[in-house]
Design a protein around this ligand. Structure first.
Ligand code: BMA
Length: 823
């Protein structure tokens, strides 16, 4: 039987040449270990980043001692297997050099027969300073990269953002960031298996391509179990010593199809491969979960150009989600619990889509497992972003290896929606006025339009998984990468180019894969990196500047706030206002796109998460706290959404975007109210909106109501849709910017009741209360809704799942913890 022994425990780290060593466990790295031993201050605190970057000017050694038995020594095929080394390193066993590694994103294996000894063995990984490496490389040949990142980062195959990004500090860590093991294959080993599917009438033909290292096995068996655990298909394959690849087909009838979240269930089948040796004993096993589905991108021509939309089992999907970045700048601190929680928060906000952005790393299995289990389409960038690269022989070889390793690892996940070459490099060459570098521009085309497609053809051809050369792109070749007529688009004129928030609505994108707006994180998060007693709670303080990585970012926040809301006199109000303006900006963009369903088929705002406590575009901060935007996302990504097109403020149009597989049959209701929330006019209409369509359902004429100068400042429109007596979606529209509205003191009151699992908070007000934000002073929780409006005395009930509370509390304690803010 093939044996895999984990070598994750029992490592020691030391600076090269130093005597002082630290015990650690894989995943381990320089910052993580030094922080664990309190040898360095928290690099996220105040301005500590600036004394932390240079730690990686030195080389570091990692070493372990492990015991090998006779079988490991005698087996001719024993290998040392590394799932991830960060990055340039020499690996030695018992003082013998096994090899040099140069790519954080690759898997490395070293044959050790003849080197490994029975008893104790010493394994050493000597890591070169990434700071020194990129500096030396860039001195030889400068390559273009973004300004917020350490010069030369593009020369090394290491998560770019570790060198700093416009939301992350420069902490270019080094270490063994993924598992290490010793594999003793004995009679044989299953290297990988590729499953591809053909769907015909109520039947799926599953092709299994087995990649086997055979040292005397005679037979392999493939067995498919359905989601209920019954074996639905099974086949044997006889093996020959000389062949590496075997192909077999299995037919699954009455397939239980895998659907994207919101369109159906996510049944998962288990595909198990067993290898048998000549005595019919099991030599190795491999089990993977797959979903029976078709999932690709449609680029059909239409009246607006060429559509760009995911199509799952023949159904065109409106993708709703956000961009994902590494969850920690110190990537060795990432873990399954945190990732699952983050993704569960995405699902709670009705995401069906997530884009893994190309400046980080290829996530761990558990990221995709969650997406498989919950129907979240993954847009997978290859890890190239905003840079020029040069195809030296070494670079090409390692890139080919990286693409192959990751495609093999991820290709069977049903949630994998597309492969994308890179982030923003095609558009950078086309529009950003980069320094002239014909060689690097030519190499761009070779890498993303030649090498990657070649590797994909061998391991996951585009008839199975769609390939897109860059994001944004219209199909490649520097041809109109940022078109509104084809492909995907990144829209940054609002924010980076100071365009007014409404400018977004001037265009119709086919698929908007990036657009964003910054805000400050929760005050508890600010307290974790700033010291109020030292004057840090001021947007213009050096500490706030250090935690704002975007050029002129804090200035932009103030610039947009001044347009939208009254002056925020204290820091808490500033946080509130910044989150409100962010949420409203993204809401109005998303609603615009959802009304254009058919023409626009995807929205991914920038960005869902943070890698550190920072002022950024995220909707959930580094500590997992939801900003206003995340609560808004839960509403604007709702399967059935009512929104108001208020382009002509006196004649608003109500629209229903129905992303469900069934028609919406119900009632649309509206009221025009004054600032006391008294109803001045109202109306309702029964409507039927077919599945998977968006329709304008009601035109409202308010020209008689909005006459005087004060009318729009004192009146607002409230609307909702109801189905079977249940409100599915709701909203309000002001006729002026919030700063111009005459808000009356709302005098909010509330009562708390509780059941075993939940608290219920019921709010009322004396007048109209807009964007009521609930938070807890020192604890955390997720509210069933937040940043909501209260229409005077009409009660609003908000639930708190007790399990979401960061600590247990009584109703009385909850009431003492509760803080209420409003516009
Ligand atoms: C996009 C992204 C990131 C960046 C973000 C905010 O360009 O691809 O590179 O962090 O905008 O500027």
């Amino acid at each position: 039987m093939s044996i895999t022994v984990s070598l994750n425990d029992n490592w020691k780290m030391k600076k090269a040449g130093s005597q002082e060593s630290f015990d650690c466990k894989v995943p381990c790295s320089v910052y993580k270990t030094l922080l664990d031993y309190k040898k360095i201050p928290d690099p996220y605190y105040r301005e500590n980043e600036y004394i932390s970057t240079q730690i990686c000017d030195d080389d570091y050694d990692f070493e372990t001692t492990f015991t090998a038995d006779k079988a490991a020594v005698e087996c001719k095929h024993t290998v040392l297997h590394f799932d991830g080394i960060d990055t340039i390193a020499n690996v030695c066993l018992n003082g013998i050099h096994l090899g040099r590694v140069n790519n954080m994103h690759r898997v490395w294996e070293f044959p050790v027969h003849g080197i490994i000894k029975e008893g104790d063995n010493t394994l050493t990984v000597k890591i070169t300073s990434p700071n020194r490496y990129i500096k030396e490389m860039d001195e030889k040949r400068h390559l273009w990269g973004v300004d917020s990142t350490m010069t030369g980062y593009t020369h090394i195959r290491k998560a770019h953002c570790m060198f700093g990004w416009d939301w992350g500090p420069m902490l270019p860590d080094m270490g063994i960031w993924r598992s290490v093991s010793l594999i003793v294959p004995d009679a044989g080993r299953i290297l990988d298996v590729y499953y591809s599917q053909k769907h015909t009438d109520n039947k799926v033909t599953l092709k299994a391509l087995l990649h086997i290292e055979n040292h005397g096995c005679k037979k392999a068996m493939v067995e498919i179990s359905d989601p209920q655990g019954n074996i639905t298909a099974k086949t044997d394959i006889s093996l020959e010593e000389s062949a590496e690849y075997y192909e077999t087909e299995l037919v699954i009838s009455d397939p239980q199809l895998w659907w994207v979240n919101g369109y159906g269930e996510q049944p998962l089948y288990i595909c198990a491969v067993t290898l048998y040796d000549e005595n019919d004993a099991c030599a190795d096993k491999n089990a993977q979960r797959i979903g029976l589905r078709t999932l690709t991108v449609s680029r059909e021509k239409d009246q607006w150009g060429e559509e760009f939309c995911f199509i799952n089992n023949g159904v065109k999907i409106f993708a709703m989600g956000a961009n994902y970045i590494p969850e920690d700048q110190i990537v060795t601190r990432c873990n399954e619990v945190k990732t699952r929680k983050l993704l569960a928060d995405c699902k709670a906000a009705n995401y069906n889509f997530i884009r893994v952005w190309g400046g980080g790393y290829y996530p761990d299995e558990y990221f995709y497992d969650y997406c498989d289990e919950n129907g979240i389409i993954v847009w997978q960038d290859f890890m190239f972003a905003c840079s020029a690269y040069l195809l030296t022989e070494e670079f090409e070889e390692t890139v080919r290896g990286e693409v192959r390793d990751n495609v093999i690892r991820l290709r069977n996940h049903p949630s994998l929606g597309l492969w994308c070459g890179n982030n923003e490099i095609e558009s950078a060459w086309e529009y950003w006025g980069l320094p002239k570098d014909e060689e690097a521009k030519r190499d761009y085309l070779i890498i993303f339009e030649d090498i990657i497609p070649q590797v994909l053809k061998a391991y996951d051809p585009c008839e199975n998984t769609f390939y897109w050369p860059s994001s944004p792109s219209s199909g490649g070749g520097f041809k109109d990468a940022s078109s509104n007529h084809a492909g995907d688009m990144h829209y940054w004129d609002v924010w980076h180019n100071f365009k007014p928030i409404e400018a977004f609505r001037e265009f119709y994108y086919r698929f908007c894969s990036e657009y964003g707006f910054e805000s400050l994180p929760d005050i508890k998060t600010c307290r974790a990196f700033a010291d109020e007693t030292k004057g840090d709670f001021d947007l213009c303080s050096p500490v706030m500047a250090a935690h704002q990585k975007c050029v002129q970012g804090n200035e932009k926040i103030m610039y947009y706030l001044a347009q939208m809301v009254r002056y925020p006199y204290d820091f808490k109000q500033l946080i509130y206002s910044s989150q409100l303006v962010q949420a409203d900006c993204i809401r109005s963009n998303v609603e615009h796109m959802r009304r254009a369903r058919g023409r626009c088929m995807g929205s991914a705002y920038w960005q869902v998460n943070d890698s550190n406590p920072v002022i950024s575009w995220s909707s959930i901060d580094y500590f997992g706290r939801w900003k206003g935007l995340h609560y808004y996302a839960k509403r604007f990504y709702g399967p059935c959404l009512i929104s108001c097109d208020d382009t002509n403020r006196k004649k608003p149009v109500l629209n229903i975007s129905n992303e469900r597989m069934t028609a919406f049959e119900g009632v649309v209701k509206w009221t025009l109210r004054n600032n006391k929330a008294e109803i001045l006019q109202s109306g309702e209409k029964s409507v039927n909106v077919p599945a998977l369509t968006a329709q304008n359902v009601l035109d409202i004429d308010l020209s008689q109501e909005l006459v005087s100068r004060t009318d729009p400042r004192e009146k607002y429109l409230e609307y909702s849709i109801m189905e079977n007596g249940k409100v599915l979606s709701f909203g309000t529209t002001l006729f002026v910017r919030p700063k111009e509205f005459t808000f009356l003191e709302p005098a909010i009151t509330y009562g708390i009741s509780e059941s075993e699992d939940e608290f219920a908070l019921t709010f009322c007000a004396e007048n109209y209360a807009k964007s009521v934000c609930l938070s807890l002073k020192t604890a955390d929780c997720v509210f069933s809704d937040n940043w909501f409006d209260i229409h005077g005395k009409e009660p609003v009930t908000i639930m708190i799942d007790k399990a979401s509370l960061s600590r247990k509390m009584t109703a009385q304690e909850l009431s003492e913890e509760l803080e209420i803010m409003h516009n």
